[in-house]
Ligand binder design. Structure first.
Ligand code: HPA
Length: 267
């Protein structure tokens, strides 16, 4: 399937990205900032999973961001949309085949850690993916990666250091922590968040851990930043809504864009 999709992409563009960037809920506007050399709608790619989530546009945007060639996924696909872990891995593998070596993941996440507030940025230093299926289940494609990939440093320390340096330079306050993924689409219960906290999680979301696993398997250097769009259930006294998640993400989008673009320049 990957070969057919790659053939389709190459029939549209010869662009070779250095960095791949996946934009999360409410953060998709960043893709409109770059001068796009080519845009490909997921709908047009043969057998490609199409985003159905609110505010996820569903396009690959190819363009130049500062000194780097970037492919941006404006909108991702999630388990809760009914896609298999394999289908979620597909776009990541495709961006690797296009030539990208570094993957920058972004998301909106619920804050669990005591030091996290709404509107904060959190560099993901590790994750807990135990509650979602691995995207590597099934026959291994040895051309992509090994059967039993090591996960001791999913998120590159080297890239994280660069993000911290850039944040410092821009006077952006930035935290770090462990991300836990659940399937969604329902938000968690207070008991689940209590459990997640006991397990050592600082932020919770529905997307990034399995993407990072798929990316490490095929050899990407990976980094990820969460925007804390709300406090997780039970930590917040108010019910959580997707509107709140998107509103926060939109509000901090201008600073977020700066952080992401300047970091990519340093990679
Ligand atoms: N839980 C899960 N996913 C999320 C949340 C949350 O509180 N906020 C944004 N994405």
């Amino acid at each position: 399937m990957l070969e057919k999709q790659m053939e389709f992409i190459r029939s549209k563009t010869n662009f070779i990205p250095d960095t791949a960037l996946i934009l999360g809920s409410g953060l998709g506007d960043l893709a409109d900032e770059i001068e796009a050399q080519c845009i490909i709608d997921y709908n047009d790619i043969p057998d490609f999973p199409v985003s159905t989530a609110p505010s996820h546009k569903g396009k690959f945007v190819f363009g130049r961001l500062n000194n780097k060639n970037v492919v941006i996924m404006q909108g991702r696909v999630h388990l809760y949309e009914g896609y298999s872990p394999y289908e979620i891995a597909l776009p990541i593998r495709l961006m690797k085949k296009m030539g990208a070596k570094t993957l920058f993941l972004t998301n909106a996440a619920g804050g669990i850690g005591d030091n996290l507030n709404v509107g904060d940025f959190m560099v993901i230093t590790d994750h807990i993916s135990t509650f979602v299926p691995s995207p590597l289940i099934g026959k291994n494609d040895d051309d992509l990666g090994v059967r039993f990939p090591d996960m001791s440093e999913v998120y590159s320390k080297k890239l994280n250091d660069k993000i911290f340096t850039v944040a410092n330079r821009l006077n952006i306050d930035i935290k770090k922590g462990t991300y836990i993924q659940f399937t969604g689409p329902n938000f968690e219960t207070p008991a689940e968040i209590k459990m997640a906290k006991l397990l050592g999680a600082d932020a919770v979301g529905m997307s990034t851990a399995i993407e990072a696993q798929a990316a490490r398997h095929c050899g990407f250097d990976v980094c990820a930043v969460s925007v804390i769009s709300n406090l997780a259930c039970g930590i917040s006294k108010e019910p959580i809504s997707s509107e709140e998640v998107e509103e926060t993400a939109k509000k901090i989008a201008p600073i977020f864009k700066k952080l992401v673009t300047k970091s990519i320049e340093e990679f």
